[in-house]
Design a protein. Structure first.
Length: 231
């Protein structure tokens, strides 16, 4: 039985439940630009989520002729597993905690507080690397388009959406090459539109599975790419 997506989700049906489908992040950016042609030359700002979202968004910004920015956000990781997070910190300093997860894992308040402080320091450091001291853009009468290379849980993206709303974002959309059913259900209600080229259901999901060529994007490479395309 075919999964029914929320009404504000736009996908490419031919790519549903397929993997891999993108040569690399740049190819994914080309596909996403094709999905968002209505924003070509428009009053819109692309907010890349570093580091993996930068190569995708850079291609989109060039194709669509829109401004490129970054939305620095980082998950708060577990003390014993840096791949798993129980919350996220966004570029405005806001914190989003996964209360359901915290109720199950038994972290102390001291551990939670330490995790938040360390993650905030990381976000502030990365923000300075990408944006220096430049003020955040004015989002009045502007469409804010959040871009990442994929959504697994969607929780970190939810933190980024909240931060954009907090600084005045009224028209916020998300554009990602691939996403899980869980992430779509979580993120779609928080935005005006969610564009996802490769929606994948099922119990097992990995963003990397959507790509033929996949490797981590080093922070210095993402910074250099951002500066090149945002100039």
């Amino acid at each position: 039985m075919k999964t029914r997506l929320p009404d504000n989700v736009i996908e490419l049906p031919a790519l549903r439940d397929r993997a891999p489908v993108f040569r690399n992040r740049e190819h994914a950016g080309e596909i996403m630009a094709g999905m968002l042609t209505r924003y070509e030359g428009a009053q819109a700002i692309l907010f890349a989520v570093p580091s993996g979202g930068v190569p995708v968004a850079a291609v989109m910004a060039e194709r669509l002729r829109v401004r490129l920015e970054v939305a620095v956000v980082s998950k708060i990781t577990l003390p014993w597993n840096t791949e798993s997070g129980y919350g996220a910190v966004a570029f405005d300093g806001s914190v989003l905690l996964n209360r359901g997860m915290l109720s199950r894992i038994g972290l102390s308040e001291e551990q939670i507080g330490q995790g938040q402080r360390e993650t905030l320091e990381k976000v502030e450091r990365r923000l300075r690397k990408f944006r220096g001291d430049r003020p955040l853009p004015d989002l009045d009468a502007t469409t804010a388009i959040l871009v990442d290379d994929g959504l697994a849980s969607g929780f970190t993206m939810l933190a980024a959406i909240g931060a954009l709303r907090a600084i005045g974002g009224r028209d916020v959309i998300v554009a990602v090459p691939t996403a899980s059913a869980t992430a779509v259900d979580l993120v779609a209600p928080a935005v005006e539109t969610l564009y996802c080229a490769n929606f994948r259901g099922g119990a097992s999901f990995a963003v990397a599975s959507a790509y033929h060529a996949w490797e981590d994007v080093e922070e210095q490479d993402a910074v250099a790419l951002f500066r090149r395309y945002s100039a």
